[in-house]
Design a binder for this molecule. Structure first.
Ligand code: NI
Length: 161
């Protein structure tokens, strides 16, 4: 079974919140358990899709943000022309918000989905092994894996642009 997903829900304050959130999240497909912690103001969920869990907590009347760990960056090459970094995203991890200083190419080395947070919008980007894509300098976003399997890609930054 996949590891539990944890959400920060700052407005949790009482048993009423616990009842309302539990009732909504329990209805999300494939959710096996829901645990609401009033003191920590967190909701821990076993099973279910993250986007649907956030929507269910919203339906109960609360804002929820997934609590994620850090993706890992392994720099493989920097010769002054290109910088090559392997990014690995365990389930429930993120890069943190960043701004790209250079044009770059992403080469997925797993299939999967990444959650992209930019300008207050959340989108989901599918990845396919070996299907590369390019983005321009100045891109600002947070990149996360809200799925249940690890996701990884190699990033190639073009330093002399
Ligand atoms: Ni990025």
């Amino acid at each position: 079974m996949a590891s539990p997903k944890m959400y920060s829900v700052p407005e949790i304050s009482c048993e009423h919140c616990v009842t309302a959130i539990t009732a909504e999240v329990t209805q999300v497909p494939n959710v096996a358990s829901v645990e609401v912690n009033i003191d920590a103001r967190t909701v821990t969920v076993q099973g279910g899709k993250s986007s649907q869990i956030v929507a269910a907590i919203d339906e109960a009347g609360y804002d929820a943000a997934r609590i994620r760990g850090a993706a890992t960056a392994e720099q493989q090459l920097d010769d002054g022309v290109v910088r090559v970094t392997r990014w690995t995203f365990p389930p429930g991890s993120e890069t943190g918000a960043h701004v790209h200083q250079y044009d770059y190419v992403v080469v997925p080395i797993t299939d999967g989905e990444l959650t992209i947070e930019a300008d207050g919008e959340t989108t989901v980007a599918p990845l396919s092994i070996g299907v590369s894509y390019q983005r321009g300098k100045g891109v600002a976003h947070n990149v996360a894996n809200d799925g249940d399997a690890p996701v990884a890609f190699v990033e190639v930054e073009l330093l002399d642009n």
